[in-house]
Ligand binder design. Structure first.
Ligand SMILES: [Fe+2]
Ligand SMILES: [Fe+2]
Length: 269
């Protein structure tokens, strides 16, 4: 039982039971190896911490009277994120890392006090599935295309299949619930999109500052600042924004509003 006094995860024992070998990583340049290791350490921690997001959605969905199948699907998704954490830890260990890491801040899923239980679920599912998980599909899909070492490609294929499910869950919920939303709910959700988009844009602008990575580093998952930002903008403009617009939300307006807010703050800084 670990008692470090701060959010952390120790997967050493779990990885020891399921070791992984990645042939060819020994030929990576040391600098590329360090970039890849850091990516998989961060990924391991991020995947594990996203389990809390789906776990946090469960009581909110119960409060909104969600169908049994939807609740079970969200519980399954929490388990899948834990599994992704272990898969990532195995890759990290195969790259020479010690699968043991601090976790990112474990912020609770927002409870949106004052909103109806349905609006609480819609706000959070739009943020988690229609935005975050939809971007994860683009990012992991691209990582999988670049992966040349077979066990790594297979692991990314498994993670990608789940992320597609996590993204589709949100879009299915929107498809089922949007026809019953009144104009006032759509207006409030559209206004809330500005906060979601602004938050995500700030995170992605920070990622954009990362340096460019070599092809060898990219093929084992190392991040590339400009590539990450382009993937984000393209996913937003070609998938997320038009998808939300199709369900009657003013997503294009919200995206421009968020962009203007972020740019205004950058000028003021
Ligand atoms: Fe995941
Ligand atoms: Fe996910």
């Amino acid at each position: 039982m670990m008692a470090l006094g701060y959010p952390a995860i120790d997967l050493r024992e779990a990885v020891r039971k399921a070791p992984l070998s990645l042939p060819g990583v020994e030929s990576l340049l040391p600098a590329d190896l360090v970039l890849a290791q850091e990516h998989w350490r961060v990924h391991m921690a991020a995947e594990l911490s996203s389990a809390r997001v789906f776990a946090g959605l469960v009581p909110q969905m119960m409060a909104a009277g969600a169908a049994f199948e939807d609740i079970r699907e969200v519980v399954d998704m929490a388990k899948q994120e834990v599994d992704h954490g272990l898969l990532s830890g195995r890759v990290y260990a195969a790259l020479g890392g010690e699968p043991c890491s601090a976790l990112p801040p474990l912020e609770p899923v927002p409870d949106h006090i004052g909103c109806s239980p349905l609006e609480v679920v819609l706000r959070n599912v739009i943020s988690i599935s229609c935005c975050g998980e939809t971007l994860a599909v683009s990012v992991i899909g691209a990582e999988r295309e670049r992966a040349e070492i077979e066990p790594l490609r297979e692991i990314l294929t498994r993670i990608l299949a789940d992320e597609v499910g996590h993204s589709r869950f949100g879009w299915r919920l929107m498809r089922d619930l949007a026809p019953g939303m009144d104009a006032d709910l759509k207006r409030r959700l559209s206004a809330y999109l500005v906060a979601i988009f602004e938050h995500d844009m700030r995170v992605m602008l920070k990622a954009r500052a990362l340096p460019a990575a070599s092809w060898a580093a990219l093929s084992v998952g190392a991040p590339d600042g400009e590539l990450s930002y382009i993937t984000y903008v393209e996913t937003m403009t070609h998938v997320t924004v038009p998808g939300l617009e199709r369900h009657g939300l003013k997503a294009a307006w919200a995206f421009e509003k968020a962009r203007a807010l972020v740019e205004a703050q950058a000028v003021a800084a």
